[in-house]
Structure formats: C-alpha cells, structure tokens
Design a protein around this ligand. Structure first.
Ligand SMILES: [Zn+2]
Length: 604
C-alpha cells in the first residue's frame, strides 16, 4: 500500500475524527438505538439501511454491503486515494502532516498536479487574451448570440489559427517542461518531425473548471470548418471527464437555492442557459450522465437527495434521446427519484429554444413538457412505431417492458400502465400479462448503483457452519494480541471455523508487527482486492460481544473448540474404521487414535 503517512498520524486522525460528523455532511442521519441511520449514499434505497456506529467508528450498509471506517468512507464517496482521505481529515482537525512524510512518489504526484493546474490557468489566460483578436471566434459568438459578459463569465478563449505552436511556446517560455506539456495533452509531439504542436488551433475554447473553479481541461469548438466539431482535453492526472460537470462552479449556488438542476449536453447550451437566467444549468461532459456525476450532484442536493429536481435538456434527436434515457435511468439509481427529460417543440435544441422563447418560454416548458422516464420512453417509442397498428402497439409495449420492470415505484408504474392502455387502446390486463411474462427482473444488480455491483451479505460457506465460539474468539483476538496469539498457538488450524475466518486470521498473521490490534486500522490495509475480507471484518465488528473478562471467556472458548475438534475427529475415525478393511494395520492405528481421543475428551 502506498501509505507513507506515518502510522501515528493515521491513528491520530482516526482518534480525532468522529465518523458521525463526517458522514453527517453527506447523509441525513437519525439516531435509532445505539446507531445512526440514513439513506445509503452508495446505492439507491427508500428505507434507510445505512448505519453508523459511533462507538466503533464504523459505517455499514445492510443494503449494498458497503462499510468501513471514516477514511474508507471518504475514499469511497469522494473517489480519492487513501492518503488524500487521511489528509482531508487531518486538515479538519488541524493535524499537520509534514510534507517530508509523503513518499517521494506522493510528493512527485502532488507537485505534478500543482504544476498542471498552474499551467492550465496560464493556458486559459493565453486563450482568453486571444478571444478578442479572433475574427472567427467573435463572429461565431455573435451568431450564437453569446454576450461578452457570458463569454467572460465562462472564461471563453480562442486558439490561434495560424500559429500551431503558440501555446507551446508560451508554456515553454513560462518554464513548463515539454514533458509536463505533453502530459497535459494541450500539446502533442509529431511523430514525423518530433516537434511539439498545440492540440487546439482555430477553435473557440471553453475552459472546463472543477466545482471550485480551477481550470482542469479545455473543450474546443471548431470555428473554421476543421473537424471534429468538438475537440476536448484527454484524461490527465487532473482531469477525468466522468467526474466533472461543466458549469458546476457557476451553477452550484443556483442549484442549491432552487433545489433544481438542469443537465444539458453541450458547452454552448450551458452558456445560453446561464445567459437567459437558467443559472442552474450544467453539462455532462460525455454523452450520458455518469454515476460519479450523480454523486457530485448529491453535494448540492437537499437531504434526502430525491428532493433535488433533476431535469435533462438534451437534443431530441436519436443520439440525444438515447443519452437522455440512459441518464434518466442512471439518475434514478442515485436517489434522484423523479428525474425528467424536457421535450423541446419544433425539433429545437435547447440553445435555439432559449434564444427564441427566452426565460418565460423555458418556464412553460418545465411546467408542461418535462417527462418522467417511462413517459419519455413512450413518447420516443411512439415516434418510431405506428401506434395505430397492432404490430406497432406490440413493438411499443415490448420496448417499454424492461424499463417498466425496473420501475421501483408501484404507484408510478400503476398509473403508467393505465396511461399506456389508454394511449394505445390496449387492455391493462394485456400489458400486465406481458409484464409478468418476462418475469419481474428485479434482481438487485439491475436495481442498484451501476458503478458498484451489489454484494450479498457475507455468509459463512455452506458446509462449514460458523461456530459461535470460534467467531467470538476471533473477535476478541482482533483487539487483543495476547488472545490472538494464544488462540493461534493452541488451536492452529482449528482457530477458524469458516473459510473467511481462516482468511482473516492468515491476513493478520501476514501483517505481523504492522498490525497494532486496533481493528479500525485493519481497514487501512484492506484494499479493493480484499473486498470480501473488508466485508467480513465489518460484520465481525458489528457483532456485539461481552466486554468483561475476555481472557476467561477466551480460555473457555479455546477449550470448547478443542473439544469440538476432538469430537469431530472421533466421528471421522469411527467412519474410517467402519469403512476400512479390518485386517489392515492402519485400522489398528485408527483404533488406537480413537481410544486416546475418547480418553482425552473425558478429561476435558
Ligand atoms: Zn448501501
């Protein structure tokens, strides 16, 4: 594990953080009994199965199985590496992590990120300064009706048309190495002559900023007929398009205060929207909305997040509609229960619509033409099939079935079936029959967060039932070195009663001196490859067990396990003896062992 933050600091961070406070920033928690409960931020659910245990400082979701300590929670939720999560928590509590304690690799990565950010800031300035001189860019903005104020707010720029090395030269003059320039993707090296050229030329430039407003990438719209129409920064150490939303830095406040977000497809749409007062508009940077983007929105959502009204303003054409549908379904998986897609009249795209009808038109559109998933699907299916023929009706219903089966809200589904039957003049019974024919595909995988397959609660392996004595002993051993070592020494392979217990014991033995017998720190060693173990550990930590007189109890457990092991061996022997050829010598050995075991058992 790339974990060079000193162990003492990690422990101090765990000591000082209260998981209830940290989780509480993302999830509305209510105390029930000894635990806090809320709606799980990692999967979609209607009733809270996400719990936080303040005493043990762990969280656990009984629905999707997610769980761990406070560091793991931040890692999962924010998609950040272990060290970053520790650093954030340390920041909260004013715990200093000396830079020298970062591993050389971490230091290098941090400096690289900082340089890349500074370089992007410089590049944004470089492009912005050229906006005014670019006749093509100015003409384009005018044509699209973008005001100079909006252009300024979004930091628009222009990449020079003639000089294909202008940015490269400017960055080099500012002292940025070629290597860093190539890493950013703003510059690439020609395979032919080995020279560096700018990625963007003859384009209107849209800086892509993170939620805090730092420039992390660029999008470029061709203004001189050059293909492709849109060209975007590639993934870099500071940019991954699936994790950001264009315009969020400017839209965040409006989203919060209106309790509503409008998700659009393109940069220009967002610019127009803001210019026309739709200041809660953002754009997904790919075609369909990602789970990470949904989680990003959670931060701007009221709690519970289903109170955030999510509207999709995508183009009505084939690709746009497809992306809208994919996004609607994904959003529903992230607790935005009633996301809706806007349908623009007269085949207009959102940008044209706003320019023609302005904010008043927009309001009317929201009131009348915002369609929930199923209705939107129906609309799109009816565009493609002839609903006046039996074959057309059949095709429409068939197209809708999968989404209907995925619908989790019975009332919603019911009223949709009624509507569908009226629209198509098909009986409700027929639709319901079709619906049940395919079987309700309500498998947990289909219904929950797509980015993370659902794990069933860890169960002991069939055939090897978990025994309470072994389990309790292991739980004691997790936080008591003495008990752990005694159990290992006296029980050997009989210490675990299940495969999982065996794995955990082996894992702790492997850690050796690295493990300080504070079970919370164990999570820090369990990366994603050891997900099964993580789950198992969580389960163990949730188990209530006596706190007094653990040593005496541990001795009793060891005794009982030994006895159990002997009994089992005895049964095995009896079977072997019964099956064996009586005349053979090994039968004698078996009988001798049986005799001794019986004696031992009596003595125990
Ligand atoms: Zn969950």
């Amino acid at each position: 594990m790339a974990n060079r933050i000193p162990q003492e600091i990690i422990e101090e961070v765990l000591q000082q953080s209260n998981i209830v406070d940290v989780v509480g920033e993302y999830v509305a928690l209510r105390k029930r009994g000894r635990n806090y409960f809320g709606l799980c931020p990692f999967h979609n659910e209607d009733t809270p199965s996400f719990s936080v245990n303040e005493d043990k400082q762990i969280y656990k979701c009984f629905g999707c199985g997610q769980g761990g300590n406070v560091i793991g929670f931040l890692q999962e939720l924010e998609h950040i590496p272990f060290a970053d999560a520790v650093r954030r928590l340390a920041d909260r509590h004013g715990i200093k992590i000396p830079e020298k304690d970062l591993s050389p690799e971490e230091q290098r990565r941090m400096q690289e990120r900082q340089s890349l950010l500074a370089m992007h800031q410089l590049a944004a300035k470089f492009y912005a300064e050229r906006l005014e001189q670019s006749r093509l860019a100015q003409a384009y903005l005018k044509k699209r009706g973008i005001s100079p104020e909006a252009a300024d707010r979004f930091g628009l720029g222009a990449a020079p048309e003639e000089d294909w090395q202008a940015l490269h030269n400017a960055l080099s003059a500012a002292g940025y190495s070629e290597q860093l320039q190539l890493l950013s993707g703003l510059v690439s090296r020609s395979a032919k002559n080995g020279r560096c050229y700018d990625k963007f030329h003859g384009r209107l430039i849209f800086p892509i900023r993170d939620a805090r407003g730092a420039v992390i990438a660029f999008g470029g719209r061709s203004i001189n007929e050059e293909q492709p129409k849109y060209l975007n920064s590639q993934t870099s150490p500071i940019y991954n398009k699936s994790q950001h939303l264009y315009g969020l830095d400017l839209a965040g406040d409006a989203i919060r205060s209106r309790g509503q977000v409008v998700i659009m497809e393109g940069y220009m749409d967002v610019l127009s929207a803001h210019q026309y007062g739709v200041e809660n508009a953002v754009a997904s940077l790919g075609t369909a909305f990602t789970g990470e983007q949904a989680r990003l929105l959670h931060r701007y959502a009221p709690n519970p997040p289903d109170q955030l009204e999510v509207l999709l303003a995508f183009d009505g054409d084939g690709a746009g509609a497809k992306a809208a549908l994919a996004s609607l379904e994904r959003l529903a998986n992230y607790e935005f229960t009633q996301p809706r897609a806007l349908v623009f009249p007269e085949q207009l795209d959102p940008d044209d619509f706003l320019r023609r009808y302005g904010q008043a038109g927009w309001q009317r559109l929201l009131e009348k033409y915002a369609y929930p998933t199923l209705d939107y699907l129906l609309l799109k299916a009816m565009e493609r099939h002839d609903s006046s023929t039996a074959a057309g009706k059949g095709a429409i219903v068939t197209e809708l079935l999968p989404a209907m089966r995925r619908c989790r809200n019975a009332t919603e589904l019911d009223s949709f079936i009624l509507q569908l039957s009226r629209t198509l003049h098909v009986s409700e019974a027929a639709i319901r029959a079709d619906l049940s024919r395919g079987g309700r595909s309500s498998s947990p995988t289909e219904r929950s967060s797509p980015s993370r397959p659902v794990r069933l609660p860890t169960a002991c392996r069939p055939g090897r039932p978990c025994r309470p004595a072994n389990r309790q002993l292991l739980i004691f051993g997790l936080s008591d070195k003495n008990i752990f070592e005694t159990a290992t020494a006296q029980l050997g392979e009989n210490f675990p009663s299940t495969e999982e217990e065996a794995q955990l014991i082996a894992f702790i033995q492997e850690l050796g001196a690295e493990y300080d017998f504070d079970p919370r720190t164990l999570f820090n060693h369990l990366d994603s490859e050891k997900e099964g173990l993580r789950q198992f550990l969580l389960k163990l930590l949730e188990t209530d067990c006596p706190t007094d007189d653990r040593e005496q109890l541990a001795r009793d457990y060891i005794c009982s396990i030994q006895r159990q092991a002997k009994k089992e061996r005895l049964l095995q022997l009896q079977k072997q003896i019964a099956e064996a050829d009586q005349s053979k010598e090994d039968t004698l050995a078996l009988m001798k062992e049986k005799y001794e075991l019986t004696r031992e058992l009596k003595g125990l």
